[in-house]
Design a protein around this ligand. Structure first.
Ligand SMILES: Cc1cc2nc3c(=O)[nH]c(=O)nc-3n(C[C@H](O)[C@H](O)[C@H](O)COP(=O)(O)OP(=O)(O)OC[C@H]3O[C@@H](n4cnc5c(N)ncnc54)[C@H](O)[C@@H]3O)c2cc1C
Length: 513
């Protein structure tokens, strides 16, 4: 039998959530035998953030929000042409049901196989990158603390201490998928440096192991205690998160006084007006106080810290008093690592990474294609950057042998997907997923070109019409898909979180799994 060639080229995927995990899965299946895949994420489990607001109110479901990465990478068959060449269909019309990671029961891997020489999954915090290398730190495992040899262990362990204090490690790559997403608003930010807890409730991330399932579940349990204790809650920001928090809180605790403050006159303005109407009706039915068209100008010092009453003032001169304030405003894209590599990759308008429709990173403005491409971005793009060139890199990438790229400006071998990428599409799990598919297939095409096996054109990502589902309490939800708006009443408490799990063993739901 001829031994399999040792991998000499590397594709890295940075961030393994809705976007990165999908790219990793396709690449693990399609990369040629002499290529290896390295996936790095700071979390030990995929954080299914859609359900975070609900589960911080009903924490009995919390373990379902942290999906094991086991089985996310699959055994590569001989090069899978169908995967690399399937049409650029973007079945966004079937959404907003969250895209399900395809079942992998027939493709199950042992833990060892997930960490073989061709596919490596690392729990680590990415700290910097150059055009052909990425540097990261792994968390130190508990047991390593008492071990003087302090070997720094690898992926998805619930025993990590939460301190990412391993030595800096650098991996050289030929292609990269940058999928570091965006930071979450404070009330659902399990990675918050200073989680605000009610007085008397202490929460030490490091004690629980930041980035682990155990930490996430404990954090949700503590948040739930806090929400239960507060009688008057003001939620600032009428996006999906604010609406879901307000309606869930009122549904579970009808006697609480819940106020939703929104700076605009309309909820979800990117969607048909029927969506706004359904949301207003849902809030009204549950008894949420709704304040539209007022912007908060004075915030309390520690909005989420139960204790002294919190005072808020709006630009209309009104004052609100609460026990707890939940700031549910905007998410900031995680672009600092890309910005350090090349500041011109960041759009000054949206603060996201400029990408070509092929999802290749661009060092300058790109013509926006999505329905949300705004006028300012269009104006800033009057002078368009050159189209992407094929990757310059054509050399091996072992951790020690590769040198830095000669052409720092060429980032056509780096792809960005999901919340951190500027595509004109809405920031959503399903858009990240479809963008990741395009990026992964294009990497395979570029490799095939580079190796002289095929010359297929790269595929373009085409954003579909905005689609979203917003729950309005435990049973009701409103869905917008293009022009269609539907209200349904079949909701379940756990929001069917397990749909997202590629495979399920009972022990996976254990807090420590
Ligand atoms: C409360 C809430 C509810 C939502 N509900 C929906 C919904 O119902 N439907 C929908 O379509 N969208 C929903 N969204 C939006 C959706 O979650 C995002 O658009 C989606 O998460 C984007 O996916 P992503 O892969 O680009 O990034 P993310 O999901 O943000 O993932 C980024 C990954 O990168 C990792 N990472 C970040 N920095 C580092 C680092 N330095 N080192 C290593 N790893 C790092 C993170 O751990 C994470 O795994 C919701 C968002 C929120 C906050």
């Amino acid at each position: 039998m001829v031994p399999a060639p040792l991998p000499s080229r590397t594709v890295v995927v940075l961030g393994a959530s809705y976007g990165g995990a999908r790219a990793a899965r396709i690449l693990s299946q399609s990369l040629p035998p002499d290529w290896r895949l390295v996936v790095i994420d700071r979390n030990s489990h995929m954080n299914h953030v859609y359900v975070f607001p609900r589960f911080t109110i009903l924490p009995k479901h919390a373990p379902k929000a942290y999906i094991p990465y086991t089985n996310h990478l699959i055994t590569p068959p001989p090069l899978d042409k169908s995967s690399a060449s399937s049409p650029a269909s973007s079945p966004e019309s079937d959404l907003p049901t969250p895209p399900r990671t395809p079942s992998s029961t027939s493709l199950a891997l042992s833990d060892d196989e997930e960490d073989d020489s061709r596919r490596t999954w690392i729990q680590g915090s990415v700290t910097s990158m150059t055009s052909h290398s990425v540097t990261f730190t792994r968390p130190c495992r508990r047991r390593d603390l008492s071990d003087s040899s302090a070997s720094f262990a690898s992926a998805h362990s619930h025993t990590t201490t939460g301190t990412f204090d391993g030595p800096d490690e650098t991996i050289y790559f030929d292609y990269a998928v940058y999928a570091l997403g965006s930071g979450m608003p404070d009330p659902v930010n399990v990675w918050s440096e200073h989680p605000n807890m009610p007085s008397g409730i202490v929460f030490d991330h490091h004690e629980h192991g930041l980035g682990t399932k155990k930490c996430g579940v404990r954090w949700m349990q503590k948040k739930a205690q806090q929400l239960k204790k507060a009688q008057r809650i003001v939620i600032v920001g009428g996006g999906a998160l604010g609406i879901q928090f307000a309606t869930d809180l009122k549904d579970v605790y009808p006697n609480k006084e819940v106020t939703l403050l929104h700076s605009r006159m309309r909820f979800m303005p990117h969607y048909p007006v029927a969506m706004h109407t359904a949301i207003v009706e849902g809030l009204d039915r549950l008894g949420v106080n709704v304040v539209l068209g007022e912007r908060v100008v004075t915030w309390p010092n520690e909005p989420e810290h139960l204790g002294l009453p919190k005072i808020l003032r709006t630009d209309k001169g009104r004052q609100f008093e609460a026990d707890l304030v939940l700031p549910c405003t905007g998410q900031k894209p995680h672009v600092s690592i890309m910005a350090s590599l090349s500041p011109s990759t960041i759009s000054p308008i949206t603060s996201r990474i400029r990408v070509h429709p092929t999802m290749q990173v661009s060092n300058g403005p790109v013509r926006p294609v999505g329905p949300r491409a705004n006028t300012l971005e269009r104006l800033s793009n009057l002078s368009l950057h050159a189209p992407p060139t094929p990757p310059a890199s054509n050399r091996g990438s072992s951790d020690t042998s590769a040198s830095e790229n000669d052409d720092e400006d060429d980032l056509s071998h780096v792809f960005a997907v999901g919340d951190c990428a500027e595509t004109g599409a809405i920031q959503a799990g399903h858009t990240a997923y479809w963008q990741a598919e395009v990026a992964a297939r294009n990497i395979i095409r570029l490799i095939e070109r580079q190796e002289g096996r095929a010359k297929e054109e790269l595929e373009n990502y085409k954003p579909g019409p905005p689609a979203i589902k917003v729950s309005l309490g435990l049973k009701t939800a409103v869905t917008a898909n293009g022009d269609e708006v539907k209200v349904s009443h079949e909701g379940v408490e756990d929001l069917q979180a397990l749909i997202m799990w590629p495979s399920l063993n009972a022990q996976d739901l254990d807090v420590n799994a």
